[in-house]
Design a binder for this molecule. Structure first.
Ligand code: HEC
Ligand code: HEC
Ligand code: HEC
Ligand code: HEC
Length: 459
């Protein structure tokens, strides 16, 4: 069943306590059961279940950056380079992928549309001003860009691609999907590590989803979702599969929700919304549409160094408190990790290259595909999904389908080649032609400095 949110469900949900109603869970990746806190993959895999205070604090630093706390609570100048924060979703053209109602949800309480989202709620507090919400919605609704008439893809092909080319390194496999070559009587192990949430795929309009898959780095400048350089036909097949949901059937009228609004645009409202975008601090995380592509690093919130680690108020609060204080819905472990990081802020020094590389690989989830120095690599239960290109690849065993471990890579590859692999041109053309999974292209800004870290001499 399609989950496109209806007015009634939303009104019911938005009146509910924070978090709203969990989207229905099913075996389909775009409908997977969400966790009830903002999901940061590097924290989840490496730092969330350890009692070692030092290691937890490392995870806390990761969260301060990935949840963009540092966008409002300025880090001390000597740590600014370690904590640059992230640039959130590009909102140009947002009205071409989300319906007006969905936009309203994102403004009021994004956790209702995507429970595990890293965007905090800014209008979920008791004192929210619904006129401001309406104005912001009017401004976002004015941001549509024409999307080319992409073909409607093939669901079954998309399903197979999704599971074979490496999406499952980060995102959930469909429960019940059986990769080719796995005998019928063999049990498919469930994945143990949490997967990167993707249920906006369910809300995006079909054409917009294809567009997103063709150029994720433009849509998501954080650089966390890499570019697989998909052909138009592969991208269309993938988006057909993702939109189809558990029944593997595409809804009948795919663009219904994006039908043009019947009221004429209210110019004053739009311009008020545009101002609110800045005064309500949306601009701390999102570049302002029509602006210079940067976010505004100016906030009246306390500097990071002045935050009390054991605070129970502000952004640590268990319920939205309103005003301009965002609501994140952090869970206990996340709060403990952030508190540990805040306590160690004063003694934090520059990272040596190996530790810095480790941090960057956690942020960008390179570890989903690569092992380095005994850390990371595809989870064992996911290996079965990495496809072999042909029979001769099968005879190579694990090397025939898994991305390489990165130990000793500087001895294998000349510096120029490593740089071009990392700087967005990816592994194109591939070195290991037997693999189905490519080295995806990461946004240039996101991988800047990583080649140097690989080549830095060991201490
Ligand atoms: C959009 C801007 C913004 C972001 C992003 C943000 N905060 Fe805040 N935070 C505020 C504002 C505004 C307050 C109100 C008190 C103040 O001026 O600091 C606040 C208050 C707090 C407080 C209570 C401070 C006190 O001493 O009263 C803590 C702790 C806190 N934030 C932690 C965090 C953490 C951790 C994150 C990331 C998970 C975060 N904040 C992200 C704006 C932000
Ligand atoms: C290295 C990890 C990684 C891989 C591999 C990956 N993704 Fe993603 N993907 C992400 C992250 C992280 C996000 C969320 C980005 C953000 O927070 O803006 C995302 C977001 C998405 C979204 C948007 C949905 C949402 O709720 O935000 C879709 C759709 C998606 N990915 C599809 C795919 C497909 C299809 C593939 C394979 C071709 C793929 N991804 C491979 C990490 C990955
Ligand atoms: C602390 C950072 C932060 C702040 C402040 C913030 N956002 Fe977001 N926003 C995000 C992130 C991160 C995402 C991506 C969320 C995801 O995919 O889970 C996002 C996603 C969105 C989306 C969905 C876009 C899409 O195409 O998927 C909309 C709409 C949006 N934000 C609007 C706003 C508005 C309006 C404000 C101000 C009221 C705001 N945001 C404030 C971080 C932020
Ligand atoms: C979806 C899986 C995937 C992700 C995520 C990924 N890679 Fe790769 N990477 C590959 C594959 C597959 C290859 C092998 C490509 C080839 O041989 O042509 C590769 C090759 C490389 C190589 C060259 C290795 C060699 O020996 O030839 C480097 C270096 C590398 N990746 C670094 C990274 C970094 C850094 C990140 C994170 C920013 C990253 N990769 C993320 C799949 C991935």
């Amino acid at each position: 069943m399609r989950r496109r949110l209806t007015e009634m469900a939303v009104l019911a949900g938005l009146l509910c306590p924070p978090g709203g109603v969990a989207p229905e869970a099913s075996g389909h990746p775009a409908h997977a059961k969400p966790v009830n806190y903002p999901f940061v993959v590097g924290f989840e895999r490496f730092h969330s279940s350890l009692d070692d205070e030092e290691y937890l604090a490392e995870g806390g630093f990761l969260l301060l950056n990935e949840l963009n706390c540092v966008a409002c609570h300025a880090p001390p100048p000597e740590l600014a380079a370690q904590l640059p924060g992230i640039l959130a979703t590009n909102l140009e053209g947002v009205a071409s992928r989300l319906s007006p109602l969905e936009l309203e949800i994102f403004i009021r309480n994004p956790r209702f549309a995507k429970r595990d989202t890293i965007m905090p709620s800014l209008f979920a507090g008791p004192d929210r001003d619904l006129d401001e919400v309406t104005a912001l919605r009017a401004w976002l609704e004015s941001l549509s860009t024409p999307i080319p008439d992409h073909p409607v893809g093939d669901i079954e092909r998309g399903r197979s691609l999704y599971h074979r080319i490496g999406c499952v390194a980060c995102h959930a496999p469909e429960v019940g999907y059986r990769p080719p070559g796995v005998p019928d009587n063999a049990e498919i192990e469930l994945t143990g590590l949490a997967s990167v949430p993707m249920n906006l795929a369910d809300l995006y309009d079909l054409g917009a989803l294809t567009d997103f898959l063709l150029r994720p780095n433009d849509h998501r400048p954080s650089g966390r979702m890499p570019d697989f350089r998909l052909s138009l036909s592969d991208a269309s097949d993938l988006s057909a599969y993702l939109k189809a949901g558990p029944d593997l059937i595409l809804p009948e009228n795919l663009t219904e929700a994006l039908a043009p609004a019947d009221q004429p645009t209210n110019v004053d409202l739009v311009s008020r919304g545009k101002e609110l975008f800045v005064s309500k601090q949306c601009h701390a995380c999102h570049a302002k549409p029509g602006g210079n592509g940067n976010r505004l690093m100016k906030s009246s919130a306390k500097p990071l160094a002045n935050l009390a680690p054991d605070a129970a108020n502000g952004c640590f609060s268990e319920r939205p408190i309103g005003g301009i204080v965002p609501f994140y819905g952090l869970d206990l472990v996340q709060k403990r990790a952030i508190a540990a990081a805040l306590r160690r802020l004063g003694e934090r020094t520059d990272l040596d290259p190996a530790r810095e590389l480790d941090l960057r690989m956690k942020q960008l989830n390179c570890y989903a595909c690569h092992e380095l120095a005994g850390t990371g690599g595809p989870e064992t239960s996911r290996e079965v999904y990495f496809g072999f290109r042909d029979e001769s690849a099968v005879t190579m065993g694990r090397e025939g389908h898994l991305p390489p471990a990165l130990d000793g890579v500087t001895e294998r590859l000349p510096r120029g080649q490593l740089e071009s692999i990392l700087s967005g041109t990816g592994g194109n053309p591939p070195i290991r032609t037997h693999l189905l999974v490519p080295m995806p292209g990461f946004r240039k800004e996101a991988t800047a400095g990583i080649p140097e870290l690989f080549f830095a001499p060991a201490p």
